[in-house]
Design a protein around this ligand. Sequence first.
Ligand code: TNX
Length: 506
Amino acid sequence: MWQVRSVAGTAVAAPAVENLAMDNLIPVPESVRPDPATTFALSPQTSIRAAGDAAEVGEYLAGILRPSTGFPLPVRDDAGAIALEIDATAETGPAGYRLLVTGETVGLRAVSAEGLFNGVQTLRQLLPAAIESRTEQPGPWSVPGGEIVDRPRFAHRAAMLDVARHFFTVEQVKRYIDQIVRYKLNRLHLHLTDDQGWRIDIDSWPKLTEYGGGTEVGGGPGGHYSKQDYAEIVEYAASRHVVVIPEIDLPGHTNAALASYAELNRDGVAPPRYTGIEVGFSSLCADKEVTYEFVEDVIRELAEITPGPYLHIGGDEAEATSEEDYKEFVSRILPVVAKYGKTAVGWHEYAKAAPQGEAVVQYWGTTDTDPLLPEAVARGNKILVSPANKSYLDMKYDENTPLGLKWAGFIEVADAYGWDPGSYLRDVPEEAILGVEAPLWSETLENSDHVEFMAFPRLPALAELAWSPKSAQDWESFAQRLATHGPRLEASGINYYRSPQVPWNI
Ligand code: TNX
């Protein structure tokens, strides 16, 4: 990577040429106009100018740049060669940005702090990979000259983490948030409950976590978030312009709740806790009033601690619920979600209960059509696409992948990249697509190393589908650009799969 060049007797490390180009960005920007004759260099004297709402983004940027450069990089409101400016006339849309790199300055403009934050993710990718190191590195710290104007194709660019099958701590979730934002994702869906564990405190039903949270797949100790832990995740996510979407999976996937409260069961007998990986065997009772008292308490308490607009009510694989009960149950809880001020999100089966208006239908099927979808679109629902055979980060890459499942097929990097979220669903027009999600189920995943191995590098592939204009998407180009992210991921300490489809330069 590093060539050592001797200047007047001193050894100076110079970055390899690929770092001095604007063409290795992921997601690829809407427009790039390189100025190859020009380079900006960070120096010990560089300041960051960022005032008002831009200041927090300025501090975030400084936090990335200080450890590896060893430069002080003060954030000031009056002067600085790197300038972050909120400018209502920037014409970059709500989340886009304009980045101009000259010999003397780096100027970033956006209409919002969110836009600046996205621009900062671009700027860090323009610096040498070693910028990601948390220890001081030699530099030099050059940024290639030119101009980038960029904005997202889809407003909703999500990752999902299943903290129910295996529990992940607050620190592990924060780590994942920091990783997904590098690729400009802006939603984190937390799958908080399932057969194997209930992970969020509900004060009015304390045994859910006391007992129902005390195990996980394989019989480990599990764990759960206090409301304060959850608030900490939500706040951390917000500081990185990520909205948390909490999911309580209903009426199936509820063994942890049923095991915690006998009265929720049809026969009044609590089943044992479950640590296997089968699905579709548990159900709340649609014909018991206590079910609705329980669900309302859960939704109310969760809505109270969730500032974001969405509440995900699951609805998938309710194989132990009759069709009639399923529709009755979902129809009764949808108004409860609305009562507590939230927009419902559900796995696509819940569309059987005809949610109205802006409700979000999350498609996880393995084909490009489902009769529920055009009906949902006709009602005005928004469709979130996460086809299991394209976007499921828990599917194995190939038959040799040591982690993951394979029920939806193997998903190599080119498969994750090779579809178009806007036109993939046959009977859904692009205007009805809210965005893209990359779910990561954790039946086989026990730690951050595992999470990262499955997410990287497929998450960057899906992020490009969600952010970049269709016209700029191209597998050959993506694979070349991704290759340059190997050293970047390594410098960041992110584990990843060395896919043979990518010409890694490591
Ligand atoms: C299906 S996809 C599930 C999850 C599993 C996952 C494993 C969906 C909505 N439900 O319960 O964890 O497959 O890939």
